[in-house]
Design a protein around this ligand. Structure first.
Ligand SMILES: [Zn+2]
Length: 455
């Protein structure tokens, strides 16, 4: 492709991006789909995992992963509604009523796929925004002109070769019926279809190597911490980190569909730090958002009832004062954080307990307490006793014109890429020369994009 024709193609892509009325609110859905894709590998062998071998089920869960943000793209309040447990509870009930207890028809499986995708999206937004993104914005500072959600997509497209598209295909009539009944507000099937068509276009645009290759550099300039850790599985809230939480959540949903769930064993599905974790930072002053303890629930809870139930104490029984935070300070949530109001002691074991008697939004109540423990970092003067605390810091930032780098790893070779021999298969690598050449061009156009963040 000649320079001028590729420039025209790039312009076309940008213009079609501008033509999407509310794409700004649809950002990040590309990453949402990918988190679901990554979650599949964390499922144990069995009936649930087997569903993902069916191409029709893949289409369903990938569409479900886009569903919540598709409402933003359509400019309809169903986008907000589809993020939350009220929708998922109604959808679970619909599926159970119409297809249970076997769920072995193609239609039933399609609904389950959409449900799992939407659940993946909902739990990830709550978690990512309050962990990895919150930490990133403490370090990188948000650029009001560059939505971190949209720009984070470019890291994975270029640095991690995550390139895919999703064609819109969902049970619109049923989704309309379920959302209308559960929200008390008419949600037309055509509106959902329109939103999902827009969402599918987003996947085509976000994965477009020419577009991603250009905006990628701005992403690294604006959000180097996010670029370093968005694909670091050790960083709480990163895409691979969340995929493990999603897989645990899916297994609880599967058991809830089959009425084989247990509000004791399924109540808490994941924590940060994990049970037995070490080197937890003693102060949020030091680690910001990563200094909070996080609890993911297998069931949605009512913050007004459950929000302050979990407690924290040191191993000798001394209570630790904490503030409790439900994501977005919302009422019905699945993720809760505890923030100590004063620095913790060095090299000390702490216990977090969720007491028995937690009511879930689907009418169950736990009968056993759930607790986990962790140990704080050693004092700087006492590092012989335990390994040093290693905070997550910004890594090496790739350089325009240099070779591409994997997230978190320094470039192995900062030399010029071979501009003469880009290949179809070389993914982001072949973009470097073009991205450099277009650096000035997209600036003005990109500034026109009003990327307004929702969730
Ligand atoms: Zn969302």
């Amino acid at each position: 492709m000649s320079s001028s024709s590729s420039r025209l193609a790039w312009l076309g892509a940008v213009l079609s991006l501008l033509a999407l009325p509310s794409i700004g609110e649809a950002n990040g859905l590309y990453s949402h789909v990918h988190m679901s894709q990554l979650a599949v590998a964390h499922l144990p062998a069995g009936e649930l995992r087997d569903l993902f071998d069916d191409p029709a089920f893949v289409i369903a869960y990938e569409n479900g992963s886009m569903l919540p943000d598709s409402g933003y793209a359509a400019g309809d309040p169903y986008g907000e509604f589809a993020h939350w447990s009220e929708f998922r509870l109604a959808y679970i009930q619909y599926i159970k009523d119409n297809y249970g207890p076997d769920f072995d028809s193609a239609e039933a499986r399609r609904h389950i796929g959409v449900l799992l995708g939407a659940a993946s999206h909902g739990i990830s937004d709550q978690s990512y925004d309050t962990t990895l993104l919150a930490r990133a914005l403490e370090i990188d500072e948000e650029d009001p002109e560059l939505s971190p959600d949209q720009y984070a997509d470019y890291f994975i497209v270029i640095d991690d070769d995550v390139v895919f598209t999703v064609d819109a295909d969902a049970p619109y009539a049923t989704l309309s019926e379920v959302m209308t009944a559960a929200s008390g507000r008419e949600v037309a099937a055509d509106t959902i279809m329109e939103g999902m068509d827009q969402a599918a276009r987003v996947t085509r645009l976000q994965s477009d190597s020419a577009l991603a290759g250009s905006l990628y550099w701005r992403a690294w300039e604006a959000y180097p911490f996010l670029g370093t850790h968005v694909y670091n599985e050790a960083a709480p809230g990163s895409l691979p980190y969340m995929s493990e939480v999603i897989a645990k959540h899916w297994q609880v949903l599967w058991r809830r569909l089959h009425d084989t769930d247990d509000p004791d064993t399924d109540l808490v599905i994941h924590t940060v730090p994990e049970d037995g974790g070490v080197n937890f930072p003693v102060s949020v002053e030091e680690a910001g958002a990563y200094g909070r303890v996080g609890i993911w629930f297998g069931y949605p809870f009512d913050r007004d009832i459950v929000g302050e139930m979990p407690t924290m104490r040191s191993a000798d029984g001394t209570p630790v004062a904490v503030t409790h935070h439900a994501a977005y300070d919302g009422r019905f949530r699945s993720f809760l954080q505890l923030e100590p109001t004063a620095p913790l002691a060095f090299d000390t074991e702490y216990i977090v307990e969720v007491p028995a008697g937690v009511p879930t939004l689907d009418g169950r109540t736990s009968t056993e307490a759930y607790s986990f423990s962790f140990r704080t970092q050693c004092a700087p003067s006492d590092l012989d006793a335990c390994p040093p605390y290693e905070p997550f810091v910004t890594g090496e930032v790739p350089v325009r014109g240099g070779s591409r780098t994997d997230a978190g790893a320094p470039p192995e070779d900062a030399g010029q890429p071979d501009a003469g021999a880009p290949t179809e298969d070389s993914g982001g690598c072949s973009l470097s020369p073009r991205a450099g050449g277009f650096a000035a061009l997209p600036l003005g156009l990109a500034l026109l994009l009003i990327w307004r963040r929702r969730r």
